[in-house]
Design a protein around this ligand. Structure first.
Ligand code: AMP
Ligand code: MN
Ligand code: MN
Length: 316
């Protein structure tokens, strides 16, 4: 379904994405916001998101992002890159009050919680799905920067198995809009602050392999995060480095968010369905990249994940 169809006769639109917004979330949310504000001047749009990282500072209209919900009844409320309603807190009140809700996403775990769902699990990113809802000739350079950002983040710069011929074609079209793709990749994806590199080094140093070297895990505690002065959002990329370890099939990275509470990230290479494991614990994601919030000690959490990994291997 095209945006022009959904937005025909509409005057108030709200847009949000998931908590702890990543590149695909920021890219799709701001991409949609910019597309509407540039092409549909009669529509008043609001954009809600938890404060995005400074690496996305090049994206147009970042300063329009509202961090707390407002008491507005939207004609249409969009939720992007989000597999379940509980991940849009604290903006669920805007969703509940809206006359019509639309979800654009690519998570296999998405059950379709909105009035209109456009979910393509085989798409690399929400940005790739979003692109199809737009008219190609109305995509500006600033919208192209957003879409390209989402694609490179969710494909790990075109290397994960979710990357398809369509992904490359859409990225190519975005390049034709005159974006500085080298800068976008370097500055939003690869660049790390000094402390990010330090904590990455520490997490690698203290990582533990188990299950005959097929699995690896590492943990960062709140004390360590305070010591280095980093937030959970700045720890992205650690799990990817763990995954690259020779012989490893599953990488697990977690950071402490409270007493006996951890944000768990899992990545796999070719065999293990980590989305299925995350789903067992109330989380979600994709076959090769998934996460959830876990309760318990590190050992309990790793044991639970380990059992499910073993089950999957035994069923092969
Ligand atoms: P992360 O490890 O946080 O980078 O997440 C990997 C993938 O799993 C992303 O596509 C997330 O959207 C998804 N994901 C992470 N945590 C959750 C969760 N608690 N519930 C549903 N999906 C999640
Ligand atoms: Mn995301
Ligand atoms: Mn995504």
């Amino acid at each position: 379904m095209k945006l022009s169809e959904i937005l025909n006769g509409v005057s108030k639109v709200g847009i949000t994405g998931h908590i702890r917004p990543d590149g695909d979330c920021v890219g799709s949310v701001l991409g949609l916001y910019n597309y509407i504000s540039e092409n549909m001047p009669d529509i008043k749009a609001d954009v809600y998101l938890e404060e995005p990282g400074s690496e996305f500072g090049y994206i147009k209209n970042m300063d329009a992002v509202k961090n707390s919900p407002e008491d507005v009844v939207y004609d249409v409320f969009f939720v992007l890159d989000c597999s379940s309603k509980d991940r849009i807190e604290p903006f669920a009140q805007c969703f509940d009050a809206a006359k019509k809700t639309v979800c654009i996403d690519h998570h296999v775990s998405n059950q379709g919680f909105a009035d209109i769902s456009m979910i393509e699990p085989e798409a690399s990113s929400t940005c790739e799905v979003l692109y199809k809802t737009m008219d190609a000739d109305r995509i500006s350079r600033s919208v192209a920067e957003c879409i390209y950002t989402g694609i490179i983040h969710d494909t790990g710069v075109f290397k994960y198995s979710c990357t398809s011929k369509t992904t490359m074609a859409v990225a190519g079209e975005m390049m034709e809009k005159g974006i500085d793709y080298t800068d976008i990749i370097d500055n939003s994806f690869y660049a790390k602050t000094y402390v990010q590199n330090q904590i990455l080094g520490r997490a690698l140093l203290e990582s533990v392999v188990f299950y005959d070297g097929k699995c690896i895990f590492s943990v960062v505690t709140q004390r360590e995060m305070e010591f280095y002065g980093v937030t959970g959002r700045e720890l992205g990329g650690i799990v990817e480095q763990l995954r690259l370890t020779d012989g490893v099939e599953v990488a697990i990275f977690m950071y402490e968010v409270g007493e006996d509470e951890y944000k768990v990230s899992m990545r796999s290479k070719k065999q293990i369905d980590v989305a299925a494991i995350a789903a067992e614990f109330g989380g979600g994601g994709h076959v090769r990249a998934a996460g959830y919030t876990a309760r318990g000690t590190v050992h309990q959490i790793i044991n639970c994940i380990g059992e499910l990994i073993e089950k999957q291997y035994n069923a092969m």
